[in-house]
Write a protein that binds this ligand. Structure first.
Ligand SMILES: [Zn+2]
Length: 443
């Protein structure tokens, strides 16, 4: 039977944190409000109401673009995307089509693989419908909320990488302070475009001629399950020699399957055209420079700094560099500046929750007790020999002059010893081990 390969692209929607909604002055703090209390003629879509773009939301989208290495367009515009749905009574959504705020961009995964982005654009969210007792009720609080959409290229080949990507985006949003991305509150929603192709198509870089879009996924776990179920469904259709329909589907948690919602529109069905009530937007170099200067240290930069400056392993550095660990990182850096060993401090802070609320004195005491368990030099030798034996390609790189490759070996030893070794010592011992074994003279 033919084996099929996954082709997966994602669309991630996130509410931006702004004072007011996207095109009107309504308070955007809607999450605990009574239905239909944060509304006005603009976000209700009443005839004649005029939209005014929210500059904060535009800047926040551009900041996200800079953090993801996108190109910021000097000229950008809003477009009308037409479709009718009860939660969109004006018959179109103001979105962006030909000239989005940001184009391209990428983000690196832990494996070193890069995820390429298509675009990042800004739009208004729709209202929310509730179906109960055979009636449909609509709450317009969410209508007109600033919604940023990140669209990836169809580059994911595994479910795991797509989930990791979404978590990294969520973390970046929090680090940048441009949103809360709380999935339970509907502040972050995922859509997956899924199709399958043969190994030969993958080899020749040919994309399938269809895609199935799974809409409105509101948890990472559901996304994982939905993609796996959809791969199974499409595989069965293709193996019978049938064609997979291009359509939108939703995840049904109860049955553990995806269910058909509607046949997917092609882009021209939306009859996009420039929003006549909003002029073209222009951005100069000075504006973009100012945004660049406002960027905080990004998770990836933070991770690299923690590894090179303090000798932390990639795993530990990843934990400390996420947006959620901001408090933990502050504590870590405070303790290390006061003279404590970085590797031991990080290990204790991460593994012993009770240590996070300790004063410096209490923490130092705990650290000294734990230190006795640090691996001695004789045991360390075994770890070194193993790493040297199992990484001949890295050794060849080092012999070929790429001395920095030794950091990978240091990382491996730190990983295998669960961070219980002193990285400075490990580096020193590794060098002498390699010199002895391979007759080199690195230092
Ligand atoms: Zn409003």
């Amino acid at each position: 039977m033919t084996e099929y390969k996954l082709v997966l692209g994602l669309e991630v929607h996130i509410h931006l944190k702004t004072e007011t909604k996207m095109f009107c002055g309504c308070d955007s703090n809607i999450y605990e409000a009574e239905p239909n209390t944060h509304v006005c003629p603009v976000c209700l879509g009443l005839p004649g109401a005029l939209p005014v773009p929210n500059f904060e939301a535009i800047k926040k989208t551009q900041v996200l673009g800079l953090a993801l290495d996108s190109i910021l367009n000097k000229e950008s515009r809003f477009d009308r995307k037409h479709y009718f749905y009860p939660d969109l009574p004006k018959g179109f959504q103001i979105s962006q089509y030909k000239q989005p705020l940001c184009e391209g961009g990428e983000i690196e995964l832990d494996s070193g693989n890069k995820v390429s982005l298509e675009r990042i654009h800004l739009e208004e969210d729709t209202a929310k419908s509730f179906h109960e007792n055979g009636r449909t009720l609509i709450d317009f609080n969410k209508s007109g909320m600033p919604l940023v959409e990140i669209v990836t290229k169809p580059v994911f080949k595994t479910v795991g990488e797509s989930v990791e990507f979404c978590k990294k985006i969520q973390d970046l949003i929090i680090t940048l302070g441009i949103g809360d991305a709380d999935m339970e509150k509907g502040q972050m929603r995922l859509e997956a475009n899924i199709s399958l192709r043969t190994q030969e198509m993958e080899y020749n870089d040919i994309l399938p001629d269809y895609k199935v879009e799974i809409k409105n996924i509101n948890s990472f776990r559901f996304m994982e399950k939905a993609i796996i179920a959809e791969i199974k469904r499409q595989t069965e259709i293709l193996q019978k020699g049938n064609v997979v329909n291009q359509e939108n589907r939703g995840w049904d948690e109860r049955s553990g399957t995806t269910v058909s919602q509607r046949v997917k529109e092609e882009a021209h069905d939306y009859r996009y055209f420039p929003e006549p009530d909003i002029p073209l937007l222009y951005f100069d170099e000075k504006h973009i420079e100012e945004l660049k200067n406002s960027l905080p240290e990004l998770p990836q930069q933070k991770k690299t700094r923690l590894m090179t400056r303090y000798g932390l392993t990639a795993n530990i550095a990843t934990i400390l560099s996420t947006g959620y660990s901001f408090g933990l990182l502050k504590k870590f850096e405070g303790f290390v500046e006061s003279g404590l060993d970085p590797v031991k401090t990080a290990n204790i802070l991460i593994n012993k929750k009770e240590s996070r609320d300790m004063s410096f004195e209490e923490f130092e005491k705990l650290l000294n007790v734990s230190t006795n368990r640090i691996i001695n030099e004789k045991n360390l030798k075994n770890y070194l020999e193993e790493v040297v034996k199992n990484n001949r390609n890295i050794i060849n790189d080092i012999k070929g002059g790429k001395l920095s490759a030794i950091e990978f070996l240091v990382g491996q030893v730190m990983k295998n010893t669960k961070g219980q070794a002193d990285p400075v010592k490990v580096r020193e011992l590794l060098k002498s081990e390699i010199n002895k074994k391979f007759n080199t003279a690195i230092d």
